[in-house]
Design a protein. Structure first.
Length: 706
């Protein structure tokens, strides 16, 4: 996980909020209002900008707007939106401090983002904050803390049900377990992440997973395979122009080619890595490049050049508190000094490296440090300490390679049993040959005839079985093809029915809206009528825009309902009021429903419930989500005359009209979720007072989340 480009907070900002990929900078300049729209545009600009010295200024404005409005606003939904932007701004602040290698300060800001996101139960941002805290701890060399926070991030990612969030945490967990030497879990988590990234076509995620797999093969000393994975990463990073990841991959390719003794290639990759790290002024990458130079010159047996680079790497790793890499460099310095017969200095470095390796809990580093210490003490004639560290190295070696030794033992046992069986078969063949020589010619001929016919029968049976199996497979393939065609046809029929229902419903709404405006012209209020006609024109454009979509956001549905109800107010005097509210558990810009699904229900409440009501008239619409977060619940309540009185009026007027819109809604709900019966999806009830008088109607609609 070391050297990650941690700042996927900016990437997740896109996941949380973006709806299109058009540049927003011009829109930002044309929208000076300090509202949620400006927050959205600021966040988009931050995400698109690569220079952290530029985007941090936009982030400061984003934070100020979000903080001020989160304190002022009373509407819960609006308040939660500003709090969400506030948590994202804290995450961006943490990324900025991490760029400047102020890891402790970055951790505090990430924790502040986590606390803010948790206050509104925004699991995606919470997962991201925990993930970034873990990464910051990895920069500090505290791998145990890294694992703890990554596990917590995984829990929040699962709660969010967001595939991208889950995939990123999975590949980071694989990376941690790889550093801990647990290859089974490292492979498990990375292979779970890989298909998610492929499905999302996420190049950054694919690059991270390939890099993690490369590291796993590095740990197995299979450098040829790891190099192939790193080259895939290199291709992606050059394509996306991701300098941080490019620097990491170049360092890894330099190290891998050094292990393959391809020194020229290693030097070529490391030169590019060092140049890039210097341009970025990234001390971590610079230190790693010096370490790689040390390894390259050590392979060339140019010990003085190697030592010079190791000393530079040591100084930088101390500065950035990277204990893991510091111990590796100190082991190399102890080895060089030992070969130069500087035993006192070599022992000093060896003891430091061993102590660090114990703290970082890296068994391989402990083993290497113990081995060089054993050689140093042996050369100093201190055989007691030499034996002590030799034993430590031997014990660690058995622990590291236990599974490998077990595998070797299994192979040896298998080889032994195989050789024993082959010897027995050979002896039996010899015995049969002797028996055949002693047998009579007639008996031998009989055996040969029997063997011949047995072979023919066996061959015929095998050929016939293969023929039957082939035919069976052909039949199954034909059945599968027919089934796929049938499913595709059924899917097209369902989609066609939905489109047909929507195309009939939208004209029905427009007809009623025009009637409301026409009444104003009849009453002579031309100013109001013209004003509402403009509203109707705007609303019509919205309806035309959503009519071709399978789903729209809750925020769009709320806007359409509000415009419609404003038009319906024209039919009444000042005694008609309405409200459209959304639960704070719903993300208005994320959750979606089919378009024009709620409006006909609201229309029926007005037409059949409120139109004949005397006195104050009110209709309320409220959106909520069920506990399982699988269905949106829309509740429409009016204080009208109730269903029974409405039916009586309808009977007196001798009306036989059956509402098309109500039938269409029921059909659409049934098509959206065929597993539930209609009573489970839409329920009507009268509101009864303590005096058993009906004072309104309530409709509850259960909409599967799309």
């Amino acid at each position: 996980m070391k050297h990650w480009l941690v700042f996927i907070g900016l990437f997740f900002s896109q996941l949380l909020l973006a709806q299109n990929t058009n540049p927003e900078l011009i829109q930002l300049q044309n929208h000076p209002q300090k509202d949620t729209t400006r927050c959205f545009l600021l966040n988009k600009v931050i995400e698109a900008e690569n220079d952290h010295n530029i985007w941090i200024k936009y982030n400061q404005e984003l934070q100020k707007i979000a903080l001020d409005n989160s304190k002022k606003k009373n509407n819960k939904t609006l308040k939660n939106t500003y709090i969400k932007y506030l948590s994202i701004s804290y995450n961006n602040d943490g990324a900025y401090e991490l760029y400047n290698e102020k890891y402790d300060k970055a951790i505090l800001l990430y924790k502040k983002s986590l606390q803010t996101a948790n206050s509104i139960q925004h699991h995606i941002v919470s997962s991201l904050s925990l993930q970034n805290i873990g990464t910051a701890f990895d920069y500090l060399g505290k791998i145990d803390s890294t694992l703890v926070y990554m596990k917590k991030a995984h829990q929040f990612a699962l709660r969010s049900k967001n595939k991208s969030s889950i995939a990123y945490v999975l590949t980071d967990l694989g990376y941690v377990y790889n550093n801990l030497g647990n290859n089974n879990l490292a492979i498990k988590y990375n292979l779970e992440a890989l298909p998610l990234f492929e499905k999302l076509n996420d190049l950054e995620g694919l690059e991270r997973t390939n890099f993690a797999l490369g590291r796993i093969f590095d740990n197995q000393n299979d450098y040829k395979t790891s190099c192939l994975y790193y080259l895939k990463c290199l291709e992606i990073d050059r394509k996306t122009n991701n300098k941080e990841r490019l620097g990491l991959i170049l360092n890894s390719l330099a190290a891998t080619n050094t292990n393959l003794n391809l020194i020229d290639k290693a030097l070529q990759f490391n030169n590019e890595a060092f140049q890039l790290a210097t341009e970025m002024n990234n001390e971590d990458f610079i230190a790693t490049a010096h370490k790689n130079y040390g390894d390259i010159y050590f392979k060339r047996k140019e010990n003085e050049k190697a030592k010079s680079n190791y000393l530079k790497a040591e100084q930088l790793f101390k500065k950035i508190n990277s204990s893991i890499h510091l111990s590796k460099v100190q082991i190399k310095l102890a080895t060089i000094l030992f070969h130069q017969n500087q035993l006192s200095k070599a022992k000093e470095y060896g003891l430091k490296a061993y102590e660090l390796a114990q703290k970082t809990n890296f068994p391989s580093d402990q083993k290497n440090a113990a081995e060089i210490l054993s050689q140093i003490f042996s050369k100093e004639k201190d055989f007691q300490n030499a034996y002590k560290y030799k034993s430590i190295a031997s014990d660690i070696s058995e622990e590291i390679y236990f599974d490998e030794s077990k595998d070797i033992a299994l192979k040896a046992t298998y080889q032994y049993e195989t050789e024993k069986k082959e010897a027995a078969i050979k002896a039996l063949n010899q015995k049969n040959k002797i028996a055949e020589l002693e047998s009579k010619k007639k008996t031998t001929t009989l055996y040969l005839v029997i063997l011949f016919f047995t072979g023919i029968a066996t061959t015929g049976y095998v050929l016939f079985s293969r023929y039957k199996e082939k035919k069976k497979n052909e039949i199954l393939q034909n059945q599968l093809a027919e089934t796929e065609k049938l499913l595709a046809a059924e899917k097209k029929v369902t989609e066609s029915e939905l489109k047909a229902l929507k195309s009939q419903m939208n004209p029905h709404f427009i007809f009623n809206a025009l009637n409301s405006i026409q009444m104003q012209f009849m009453y002579g209020d031309k100013l109001t009528a013209n004003e509402q006609l403009n509203n109707f024109t705007y609303l019509t454009r919205q309806i035309l825009e959503v009519s071709g979509k399978k789903s729209i956001t809750i925020s769009d549905e709320v806007e359409i309902l509000t415009k419609y109800l404003q038009l319906e107010q024209l039919r009444f005097k000042k005694d008609f009021t309405f409200s459209v509210t959304v639960s704070n558990t719903i993300d208005e810009d994320y959750h979606k429903i089919p378009p024009m699904l709620i409006q006909p229900i609201v229309e029926n409440s007005i037409k059949h419930g409120l139109l004949h009501q005397k006195g104050d008239k009110k209709v309320t619409v409220h959106f909520d989500i069920d506990e399982e977060e699988t269905h949106l619940i829309c509740t429409v309540v009016d204080n009208g005359i109730g269903r029974e009185k409405s039916a009586e009026i309808k009977a007196k007027n001798h009306s036989t009209h059956n509402s098309f819109s109500t039938q269409a809604i029921e059909q659409r709900l049934e098509l959206l979720n065929e597993k539930l019966q209609l009573p489970d999806l839409i329920a009507y009830s009268d509101l009864v007072s303590n005096e058993n008088e009906v004072n309104g109607t309530k409709v509850v609609i259960k909409i599967p989340i799309v």
